[in-house]
Design a protein around this ligand. Structure first.
Ligand code: 2BA
Length: 108
């Protein structure tokens, strides 16, 4: 058993959730905020059998778009970074995915 944690852009989250549930993955959606941009994103928790991890990642990859986000220098200074530490445009996502081994799962 694995727990997949996938951080996805809010704009893609509905499509990702629909595609996962259509293929009978069980999904929990959390409203989260990226610590760097302080912009809302969506974190999915997906518990699944080991042999379905690959398919789950394929679905997430297929529906998660890469985007460019503009950050001005003043904004970066507010986060404690030195001037020039950031380019004005940064690339965000597709998705950031972690796969964790699960020792045990129970439902009551
Ligand atoms: P944020 O933390 O808001 O980061 C948004 C984007 O800003 C990142 O895109 C990356 O391009 C850039 N970025 C993040 N931290 C940076 C830093 N210290 N210096 C320069 N640029 C930085 P992604 O890598 O696609 O990440 C999108 C979102 O996924 C992140 O939002 C965060 O919520 C999550 N995430 C990504 N990697 C993570 C990790 N290793 N652990 C936990 N959450 C992660």
């Amino acid at each position: 058993m694995k727990l997949i944690i996938a951080i996805v852009n809010n704009d893609d989250s509905a499509v990702v959730a629909a595609a996962l549930t259509k293929e009978e993955f069980t999904v929990t959606k959390l409203s989260t905020t990226g610590g760097f941009l302080m912009v809302g994103n969506t974190t999915f928790l997906i518990g699944t059998e080991d042999d379905r991890v690959g398919r789950c990642k394929e679905i997430i990859r297929k529906h998660s778009m890469t985007r460019t986000h503009s950050v001005n220098t003043t904004e970066s200074l507010g986060r404690g970074l030195s001037e020039g530490a950031l380019a004005n445009d940064i690339t965000v996502g597709g998705a950031t995915v972690f796969v964790l081994s699960v020792d045990e799962t129970e439902k009551y």
